[in-house]
Ligand binder design. Sequence first.
Ligand code: FAD
Length: 298
Amino acid sequence: MRITDIMEKRMSFSFEVFPPKEHQSMEPLLDTLEHLYAFEPDFISCTYGAGGTNAGRNMEICKAIKESGKIIPVTHYTCIGNKKESIRKELQTYLDMGVEHILALRGDFPKGWEETRGDFDYANELVEFIKVNFPEFCIAIAGNPEKHIQARSFEEDITHLRIKQNVGGDYIMTQLCYDVGRYERWVDKIRKAGIALPIDVGVMPVLSKNSTIRMTVSNGCSIPRELAEIIGKYGDNPEDFKKAGKEYTVKLIYDYINTGIDGLHIYTLNKWQDVADILNDAGIRNLKDVNVDVSGIA
Ligand code: FAD
């Protein structure tokens, strides 16, 4: 089953995890996955380390998800340091493992890099390469509701998103965005620009002051007033901050669902317990609950 087929029928529901570093044990993440499976997500995506540092563990995680037999694995994949021949080999390995979904990205530059140092400079080139050489893949592309931080203008960024659609992107996965109003205006703009792909919205849980500030600032994303108030009021007390942040995340999830999104994707940060708290507070025990609340379809 392709994720796009699911999104045609109803809202998809999914998680993102990141692989352990080479020297770390796999056990904690395998345990996390077991807890996440309980929510019956449609898919779990696994990030791909910039510079290829933990790309190998990415494959192990995708394999484990596939072998669970429960959930579709989606691998992230980047242009960073990757030449065509190694890309061919790796993509064939994913397909041989039964991993047929891929999020095709340029990737974040490792510290000190100013280019990909691979055969592709931008994600659109990778998307086209995959579409031509490995048409079996269902390809996700990244979208930035608040503009990619390096883009010179919204218009240029949207043009680049349209190019990714036109060369083979099947659906969009969004960067974190705490401002649902801005997200809605972006959707309006991209639809007017001829981008018709389904949109899977990424929700970054608010769990700690420092990581919330770091992630918003590094991606050029805004901090809405309500979130700023939480930072101001509870910033010096990690426990209270986390409690208020979880409540904020529950509301964010419902604000997004109410806009009529095609998919809800939770960046778990590998913190299954916090994610479970958020979903339980949101009344989401499994996939069915998300869709009951959205559309009344049991
Ligand atoms: P692109 O689409 O190539 O865009 C990058 C910049 O270049 C943009 O400013 C764009 O406007 C511009 N641009 C695009 N095409 C052209 C062109 N043809 N000519 C000129 N300018 C162009 N990073 C990782 O390293 N590993 C991960 O696992 C990972 N997972 C992610 C998951 C999600 C859901 C998202 C949204 C992002 C993820 N990232 C990950 C981060 C991502 O790699 C960065 O945001 C990166 O800086 C841009 O990737 P992109 O695919 O959007 O790039």
